[in-house]
Structures are given as C-alpha cells and as structure tokens.
Design a protein around this ligand. Structure first.
Ligand SMILES: Nc1ncnc2c1ncn2[C@@H]1O[C@H](COP(=O)(O)OP(=O)(O)O)[C@@H](O)[C@H]1O
Ligand SMILES: N[C@@H](CCC(=O)OP(=O)(O)O)C(=O)O
Length: 376
C-alpha cells in the first residue's frame, strides 16, 4: 500500500489497467459545442498509454453537451425529457469523433452505455464486467457513459464521477484518473480568493473535513468537486489511487508526473460488488429494523430477517437498493431487497418457520441477505 506521494505517482505510472474519466467541461468550447481539438488531444494522450501497454477504459461525459448545440438550443437543457433526447443525439456525435481521433493512432474504441439500474443486479453486473474485460483483452479502449436516454430519473448517476469509480472497481483498475477543467483540488473553489492548490491527499476521508468543495462552475458539468471527491473516496477505499487534474495534463498524469492532486488508497481492495451496493444507486425504500435486528446488522455478519423488521416504506422490486434504518430513523446499512415492497407487509415480524408454514417455501428467506448488505 503506497504511502508517500512519490509511491502513489509511481503506482499510477505502473498501472496496467487504468480508468480515465473526462468531464463535459473538458470536451466543450465556451459556447457548449464539442471541442474536437480537446477531444483529439485526449485521444492522443490515451493512445500513447495504450501504445506503452496500458489497458485504458475511458469514461466520457459530454453526450448532452455535444447534442444541445446541433439541436439549436442555446444552453444545456434542464428538463429530463429534453436532456435524454439531447443525449441520444450527442452520444452518437461524441463517439464518431472518438472513433476518428483514436483511429489516427490505430486504436479501436467500443461504446458501453450503463444505467445504474441495470448494473445493480448481480447478473447484469457480471455482464458488464465480462464485456469490459473482453474488450480490454482485445486491445480496445471501451468508452463508457451513463445511458442518459434511458436512465430513469430516480436512479441515475447524473454525473460520471461516481460511475467512473465503480467502473474502476468492475475492471479492477490499478489507477483512476479524473480529468476536469481545473488543474487540481483546491482548499476552496478556485474562484474564492486565497484558495490553495493541494498536491497530495494521503487520506481522502480526513481531507473532506479540511476542504471546501463547490458545484460545477462551467454550465455544462454536473457534479462539481463534490462528486469527484466522492469518486476519489470510493476508489481509495477500494485500494485504487486517483489523480485529479485538467484534461490537458492527461499524458503527464498517466506517466506519474507530479501534476494535479494525487489521492492515496486508504485500504486494501474490498469486494467490488459490495461497493456497488453501497454507492451505485439511490435506495428506493426503507426497511425499519427493531432493536435486536439493528444490533445484529450493526455486528456486520447478519442477514436482515423479517422477524426483526417493523415497517416497510417506499415502493421497490426485489433486487432494488433499500435503506435499513433503526427505529430512531438512523441509517444502518444499504442492501438489495430480497422481495418486492408489496410482498413484505405480510412477512413482517414472522420467523422463517412461520413464513414457510403460512406463506410457503419461497418466502422463507431473509429480506436482505448478508451478502447483499453494506454497513454505512
Ligand atoms: N475545492 C475545489 N477545488 C477545485 N475545484 C472546485 C472546488 N470546488 C468546486 N470546484 C469546481 O468544480 C469544477 C469541476 O467540476 P465540473 O464542472 O462538474 O467538471 P466536469 O465537467 O469535469 O465533471 C471546477 O471547475 C471548479 O469550479
Ligand atoms: N452522462 C452525461 C454526463 C453529465 C455531466 O455533465 O457529467 P460531468 O461533466 O462529468 O459532470 C453526458 O454525457 O452528458
């Protein structure tokens, strides 16, 4: 586990598999239209890394930014339906440019569009993992974006920062590089007088207390620095180092030069699927655990049984993420529900033996299995 900045930089330079995320603001002109020059420069830097043997996954935003100009809008649309339609137009334009730009270096690209919803379940998760793995084996640079045109509003990432950290987990990346329109993390939004550049963050969780982060200032970006730090945190707890810098520093960042901000990993890798449950999507409902069940869940190795659940809130399907709260309303854990919300009221308070006797074998299972549960 690297501890000094030099070791973190070295780990990034030596990474065999690297996920690079580029934000909308780094691919567009001030007018909002796609900036083909910036996109080509990025493709050149990533192709050089591929030429040196790296396996590169590019998580690229920019579908909405690329689509609104050609559709005749003056600025990024704000309503969901128009954003989704704009992304459908822009995503094709974006990929056409990437194909051409990487093609100049003989590098092939492939498009992967992900929704939070269809990757939260184990089968789809493994599907994404297998396809990305195969693309990398074939020497292709997968270009990933959220499937904006189909993502449902309640369960979308919105920004691509957290998505990139999860993709880094899925492909078991050795490094994550976040490219944006600011050269590094600052102690406060760079527009604030007196804000200072931070070159190295040894512990991202502790750093969250010392840094003032703001939203996007660009008009095309989405999450600002908040979601980038969240991505760096997810990567860190997965054992993955992160470098955050501006897109024009992509080449030096990948070579381990001291540009931008480097974040050290804070822990050895956990299970990527459990991280996915913890961070991928917003819970759709809540299961309220009684005192005994809360204690068992807090203990870390227990499933949530219906005998210890007092109440179900919200509407969800089996497999959806839910909160597990204690009676005072405090969040204890996130987990994937084992049943649809409408099936649960008849199960509440019943033991496994009672469930079997009164409702049948198919109900004699935990409401949330411990393998699908992550403490918060
Ligand atoms: N503490 C901070 N340090 C650096 N940038 C910050 C900070 N707080 C807020 N920001 C803003 O975050 C912006 C980057 O986020 P965003 O516009 O969403 O980019 P992207 O499109 O690359 O995701 C920067 O341009 C900057 O204005
Ligand atoms: N998936 C969206 C990303 C939205 C967005 O602006 O993200 P980001 O620039 O990474 O903050 C798109 O391609 O337009």
């Amino acid at each position: 586990m690297p501890v000094s900045e030099a070791e973190v930089r070295l780990a990034v330079a030596a990474a065999r598999t690297v996920v690079v995320k580029v934000g909308s603001s780094s691919l567009t002109q001030p007018s909002g239209h796609l900036d083909v020059g910036k996109l080509s420069a990025l493709a050149a830097a990533l192709s050089a890394a591929v030429g040196q043997g790296a396996r590169v996954v590019l998580v690229s935003s920019g579908a909405i930014a690329a689509g609104f100009g050609p559709l005749g809008f003056d600025s990024r649309p704000t309503d969901v339906a128009t954003q989704q339609a704009t992304a459908a137009v822009g995503q094709g334009l974006l990929m056409a440019q990437y194909e051409m730009a990487f093609g100049r270096f003989g590098v092939r690209v492939g498009q992967i569009l992900i929704t939070a919803e269809d990757t939260i379940r184990a089968v789809q998760y493994r599907n994404v993992q297998r396809t990305l793995g195969r693309l990398l084996e074939l020497g292709v640079v997968p270009i990933v974006n959220e499937n904006d045109s189909l993502a449902s509003n309640e369960i979308r990432f919105g920004d691509n920062d957290r998505l990139s950290a999860l993709v880094a987990n899925i492909v078991r990346a050795d490094a994550l590089v976040l490219l944006t329109d600011v050269d590094a993390l600052y102690t406060a939004p760079p527009s604030q007088p007196g804000s200072r550049r931070i070159g190295y963050v040894p512990d991202v969780i502790a750093a969250l207390d010392d840094v003032t982060v703001g939203g996007s200032a660009s008009g095309v970006g989405t999450g600002g620095m908040v979601t980038k730090l969240e991505a760096a945190r997810v990567a860190a707890v997965s054992g993955i180092p992160t470098v955050l810098t501006c897109a024009s520093n992509a080449g030096p960042a990948l070579m381990g030069d001291p540009v931008g901000t480097a974040f050290a990993p804070v822990k050895h890798r956990g299970s990527s699927r459990r991280l996915w449950i913890g961070f991928a999507a917003n819970p759709r409902g809540t299961l309220v655990a009684d005192e005994g069940a809360s204690r068992a869940v807090r203990g870390g190795r227990a499933s949530l049984l219906s005998a210890g659940v007092l109440e179900v809130r919200g509407e969800f399907s089996a497999g959806d993420p839910v909160w597990i709260d204690d009676e005072s309303g405090e969040h204890l854990a996130r987990g994937l529900a084992g049943f649809d919300s409408e099936e649960i009221p008849q199960m509440l308070g019943r033991t496994t033996v009672q469930l079997k006797r009164f409702l049948g074998d198919e109900y004699a299972h935990p409401l949330v299995h411990r393998d699908n549960l992550v403490l918060v």
